[in-house]
Design a protein around this ligand. Sequence first.
Ligand SMILES: [Zn+2]
Length: 265
Amino acid sequence: MNRILLASAFFLATVSAALADEIPSALPAAAAVGSAPKAPAPKLVEPHLHIARSNVAGHARIALTFDACMGQADERILSTLVRERIPATIFVTARWLKRNPAAVAVFLQNPDLFELENHGENHIPAVDTPTLIYGIASAGSPQAVRQEVEGGAAAMVAAGIPAPRWFRGSTAKYDLSAIGEIRAMGYRIAGYSVNGDGGSLLGAAITEKRIASARDGDVIISHINQPNHAAGEGVAKALIDLKAKGTEFVRLEDVEDTGDDKTTE
Ligand SMILES: [Zn+2]
């Protein structure tokens, strides 16, 4: 029995890791596999990030981070954050910014709640050699990584958003040389410690449970760009659950942090 439970847990963990970011539905998996490059795959890392704990019983300190990859804004989550006055860090792409001016206006009208950071220009994984990640072609060169980062930042500034200090790439995976390049551009790189919504592909109940069970010092990753997925309903409920538990919500700019794979030191 225990062995079966352990195997199930391992399977779920593996699936959740594989779904760490949104997989564009437009890319057929079979075609992606068929066009996989023959060169050996680069060593990729998916960095962790933690924030300084509150160490106050009953008041866990948690950083909510949301990715806005492409597509729309999830009003279930956005309206809950605003209504409940819950601060969060939102990673936006240039693509998403262009399509969602109303949501961007809400972010900018609530600077006490929202820290906006860089999720890239075109949602291309920040890996500087050619490879496929969940079927998405990587940037493939140092120049393309730089363009993804700089293009995202330029679109933010053009939209009236303060210059970003943090970067999180599409799929949240990197190779170490790309991490070095992005750090040299002056950015901290935002990993996470709790995968809240499995790339927005999990059900509402499991998403709520994952997020609501976050602990002191955790950084949660979820998505705010999939209004038609069940996961967003679970995210919105979990925000209420966490607030009811006395959670201290902080943004990345508000606290000390610790990231591995040389992402923040
Ligand atoms: Zn994304």
